[in-house]
Design a protein around this ligand. Structure first.
Ligand code: NOJ
Ligand code: CA
Length: 628
């Protein structure tokens, strides 16, 4: 069995194998006969409670090919062709078996032309790796989304949708430009195990576009997910947040309870006051519960025992009084059994305190030799989303399974990490300037990311020589910093979409800072988004509409550049005050990152703006209607 894809009569995916291998002589890939073929079409618009776009058009042609082998195994392969790509999945029915073990996936993506690609290497344990720009035929392994541009100018990205009770798919190049699926295994080498013989796989997807930004503007991944499964969603709200977090990464505060403890009652109240005074909906506290002494060791966190200097009842009361939401935190260190034992109790306990949003973390290996991205891991992450939903709680998962669009089905699965985020700048060589122009064309095609942008003290001038600072991470060489300009940090709040968007610096670095006005004005609850221009690893310009306001973010890699942007996305006939947060004249990410300027201008939809960015720089603009 094989498939191929042509675009306007030219080959895009050359004949590529389909199917799986199973154990015990069960056949899932050969000697099938076609028993029927159903063609159908769908064209609908559906809406979601939050997202880059609240309404999405789902328009495709489908062919379902029904097959049967000599032992009565049935298979339907369902293909959907959209204007922005394709998806296909396998639906197996193997009669009279108690269990089915998949030992290998045979699916190939045989890219017909070489070209350039952007990806991280395949790894069943982590996505926190640097992106590589490589000729397609030089990629040995890749995690998805793997994005590429062929020599005949087609942009595309291979990924998967609706990853449910299955291991993640990674890619391995087997011959020139031909990539085969490699699934994350169980410790015994089996890739996926099922009770009974009825198995529907996740969708294998390829987003396809003429322009690079077409990939960002595609709704394909969400369209291939099931509709919302939750009875109500009015409790799910996008929010901006600050938190007790960056001080730990910079080494001036601790997660554990000692004289440098970050999450104290007093400090928590200071953050709540700051949020309340700055139009920020939520605060997040890490290091509030017992168990941090065991991080990196036994990983025995307790999710209902606050440290003695963190009076959670009082903190929750104070937050409520100030109308601020608390984002709780569950670090597991990867100890899934310990977490699952407490899961229900922990979510109920938080909910009883009025805490309905939780950041989770899996910084550490799973006991028992399970991979983070295996079927075991996928099941766990889903169990957490479902348990949280029971208590009307939203999830922000760090060290997650990759996003495959399940937020459509479970809108409480709001955001996740799943790439190198801001934390890496705290204690390593950091993320290079091009990282932020790669993420939107790779990782973010999968869905929102909790990157946690917004460091204003770019060179750590306030903390580097502080007597409180202690090295805690082996990668810390003492010379870490943020590798962007200040304006680019602001732009990233718009570009790196997250419905829970953090201003991640310590609040003292925002106090009285004129450029923080952008975050005060920013609205995490957007209605509509459009990527206007960009090339992977080079630059990107994104605009989002939230209620009557628009927010634009533009950023560039190490190349300084000027981009002309038409404002025709604004409402015709309206006057807007544009507040422009730009790189200063002498800004340079390496030598002068904090030089910025703020200017104001009245604009309409008929005008254009010329966006000038320094090396490693960016620009953010808020557009607010002027009352006439
Ligand atoms: C890694 C997460 O990405 C980070 O945000 C968190 O602070 C640490 N783990 C500790 O939980
Ligand atoms: Ca992380």
């Amino acid at each position: 069995m094989a498939y191929r894809i042509s675009i306007n009569d030219s080959s895009f995916i050359a004949p590529s194998q389909l199917g799986f291998e199973a154990n015990n002589g069960i056949n899932l890939y050969k000697d099938f006969q076609i028993t029927g073929t159903d063609f159908s079409t769908k064209d609908e618009v559906w809406t979601q409670p939050w997202g880059e776009n609240k309404s999405i058009r789902n328009h495709y042609n489908e062919v379902a090919i029904h097959l049967k082998d000599s032992k009565a195994t049935r298979l339907t392969i369902r293909f959907r062709a959209f204007d922005d790509g394709i998806g296909f999945r396998y639906e197996y029915q193997v009669p009279n078996i108690d269990s089915l073990f998949i030992i290998n996936e045979l699916t190939e993506f045989n890219i017909a032309n070489n070209g350039v690609s952007w990806s991280i290497p395949a790894n069943f344990e982590t996505y926190e790796l640097l992106y590589r720009t490589l000729p397609i035929n030089k990629v040995e392994t890749a995690n998805t989304p793997m994005t590429f541009k062929t020599d005949n100018d087609i942009y595309a990205s291979i990924h998967e949708a609706a990853l449910t009770d299955f291991p993640e798919m990674t890619l391995k190049q087997t011959e020139a430009c031909n990539f085969k699926s490699e699934l994350a295994p169980w410790p015994d080498g089996i890739k996926a195990r099922f009770a009974g013989g009825n198995v529907t796989t996740p969708w294998r997807t390829i987003q396809i576009a003429k322009e690079a930004v077409g990939l960002i503007n595609s709704g394909l991944i969400l369209n291939l997910n099931e509709p919302c499964a939750l009875e109500t969603t009015d409790w799910i709200k996008p929010m901006k947040y600050v938190g007790i977090w960056w001080g730990m990464h910079l080494g001036v505060e601790t997660w554990t309870m000692d004289d440098r403890h970050g999450a104290t009652t007093e400090n928590a109240k200071r953050y709540i006051d700051f949020a309340a005074a700055n139009n920020i909906e939520a605060v997040m506290f890490e290091g509030w519960n017992e168990g941090w002494e065991s991080w990196g060791g036994m990983q025995t966190f307790d999710y209902t025992k606050p440290y003695a200097d963190f009076d959670i009842v009082e903190v929750a009361r104070y937050a409520k009084e100030k109308n601020i939401q608390i984002i709780g935190h569950h670090e597991t260190g990867g100890n899934i059994p310990n977490y699952e034992r407490q899961l229900d109790k922990a979510y109920k306990w938080y909910a009883d305190l009025g805490i309905h949003s939780v950041k989770t973390g899996y910084a550490g290996a799973y006991p028992g030799g399970y991979w983070h991205h295996s079927q075991y891991g996928v099941r766990h992450y889903r169990k957490v989303v479902e348990t949280a939903a029971k208590y009307h709680t939203t999830i922000d998962a760090h060290e997650p399974i990759k996003d495959t669009g399940i937020r459509r089905t479970y809108p409480n699965m709001m955001t996740r990490e799943g790439a190198r985020g801001m934390e890496w700048n705290g204690w390593s060589e950091g993320n290079p300037p091009e990282h932020h122009e790669l993420l939107p064309f790779t990782r973010l095609l999968a869905g929102p990311m909790d990157y946690t942008p917004g460091t204003f003290d770019i060179l750590y001038e306030k903390t580097r020589n502080s007597p409180k600072r202690k090295k805690w991470n082996d990668l810390d060489k003492g010379n870490s910093r943020v590798n962007t300009t200040l304006a680019k940090q602001i732009a990233n709040w718009v570009i790196l979409y997250s419905p829970l968007q953090m201003a991640s610096d310590m609040i003292e670095n925002y106090e009285n800072h004129p450029a923080f006005q952008f975050f005060r004005d920013f609205d995490a609850d957007c209605d509509w988004s459009r990527a206007l221009a960009g090339e992977p690893g080079e630059f990107v310009v994104v605009v989002r509409k939230a209620k009557q306001n628009y927010f634009l973010g533009a950023s560039t890699n190490e190349e300084a550049r000027t981009i002309n942007i038409k404002l025709d996305f604004l409402e015709k006939g309206e006057l807007y005050k544009a507040t422009i947060y730009a790189d200063g004249k002498d800004a340079n990410w390496e030598t002068n990152p904090t030089d910025y300027q703020i200017t104001e201008q009245i604009v309409t939809a008929n005008e254009s703006l010329s966006i000038t960015m320094a090396t490693g720089g960016g620009q953010a603009i808020s557009f607010m209607p002027v009352d006439e």
